[in-house]
Design a protein around this ligand. Structure first.
Ligand SMILES: *Cc1c(COP(=O)(O)O)cnc(C)c1O
Length: 376
């Protein structure tokens, strides 16, 4: 058995290396490294995949969030509601623009922002909600959309971990993550479900005015070359990355299915284990398992378990060990320990197991056996 890796990008590449290599060579031969035709083609491919009107590629997922917030033309001091249990990009981009991140605790089952707690956080300065679809599963978008309508708020979805996730509204209507709110933001960081070979990101919208504005924002505020109409940023997807992404997009559903299969293997292996909670599956969302994240319980020490796994050559990761409100950089917001008890408890009890498209049954069996050996 090959050693188990947390992610296996090389194994995934090996299966499509001919296609990828020739696409990269084509871009090199054309020398159109910036804004080559591959970028437009990928934008079209991704918008068709998501059934969205517009996709605007950019440099990375964090830039996508920043450009989305800029497109709303918010004023310093305006408030944006988001989650403390996430990667920092959301709070970071809100703060960078002089806006105020307002944090709301997460749901103990899904680990996504708790919609019932959002309303209490809405003030006269609230302008937008920024839900993060964590680990591959959508937030409760029925309730978030109701609130946004009621209070006239924008919705920016962070679907960096959920590209390919499908949400079913209580009406039965289905939409892909990233196409539900006003703007969706995603990342093609190499380890994401759709990853390129460097940095990459995109914004998704069905609103043509927003699409036009976003296109200007990511291109120095220009529509016409050397005519800056608004203050923008420089954020582009390289042609080489776009060419790679168009190829990998064809396999995204099969990649996500491979992750789901691995997750089912783990689920079954851990069902009887009293020391851990397996990932909750929300009835209204598919789950594409960007991460397979379990929670320890009944006195099982998460950090000791991580050490035990490492000693048996089983890698694991903690997403996320310190919530946003307890990070030094965000102390100025005035939150304190105890403000978000669910998030704080999760930061001490979650652990993500190896999850990627290339896991074999013997590897999954070995990981499960090691986890069970420690916790049972
Ligand atoms: C990866 C990630 C981002 C940032 O994406 P980059 O491309 O690394 O800037 C933002 N939000 C979430 C939830 C992520 O997982």
């Amino acid at each position: 058995m090959e050693p188990v890796k947390m992610v296996d990008l090389n194994g995934q590449y090996n299966k499509i290396s001919h296609e990828i290599d020739s696409a990269i060579r084509n871009v090199i031969r054309s020398s159109a490294f910036i804004n080559g035709p591959e970028v437009k083609t990928f934008e079209k491919n991704l918008s068709a995949y998501l059934s969205a009107k517009s996709v605007i590629a950019c440099g990375n997922g964090t830039d996508a969030l920043q450009a989305a917030l800029m497109a709303f033309e918010l004023k310093p001091g305006d408030e944006v509601i988001t989650t403390p249990f996430t990667f920092v990009s959301t709070a970071e981009t809100i703060a960078l623009l002089g806006l105020k991140p307002v944090l709301v605790d997460v749901d103990p089952q899904t680990f996504n922002i708790c919609p019932d707690k959002i309303e209490n956080a809405i003030t006269s300065k609230t302008r937008a909600i920024l839900p993060v679809h964590l680990y591959g599963q959508c937030c409760n978008m029925d309730k978030i959309i109701d609130l946004a309508r009621q209070f006239k708020l924008g919705i920016i979805e962070d679907s960096a971990q959920s590209l390919g996730t499908c949400y079913t509204f209580s009406s039965g209507l289905k939409k892909m993550a990233g196409t539900i709110g006003h703007i969706g933001c995603t990342s093609f960081f190499p380890t994401k479900n759709l990853g390129c070979f460097g940095d990459g990101g995109a914004l998704i919208t069905n609103n043509s005015d927003l699409a036009e504005k976003i296109r200007m924002i990511v291109n120095h505020g220009m529509k016409v070359k050397y005519r800056q109409e608004i203050i923008g940023i420089n954020s582009r997807l390289d042609s080489i990355q776009a060419a790679i992404l168009s190829i990998k997009l064809k396999y995204l559903d099969s990649y996500n299915e491979a992750r789901q299969k691995a997750a089912e293997f783990y689920d079954k292996a851990f069902r009887e284990n009293p020391g851990i909670v397996i990932p909750f599956r929300h009835a209204q969302s598919s789950h594409i398992f960007h991460q397979y994240t379990i929670k320890t319980k009944n006195g099982v020490d998460r950090d000791k378990m991580k050490q035990f796994l490492a000693s048996g050559q089983v890698p694991s990761m903690i997403y996320y060990p310190v919530p946003v409100h307890l990070q030094k950089a965000y102390r100025y917001l005035g939150y304190r320990e105890g403000d978000f008890p669910v998030t704080e408890e999760l930061s001490k009890s979650v652990i993500s197991l190896p999850m990627h498209t290339e896991l074999s049954d013997p590897q999954l069996g070995y990981v499960a056996e090691q986890v069970n050996q420690y916790t049972k």
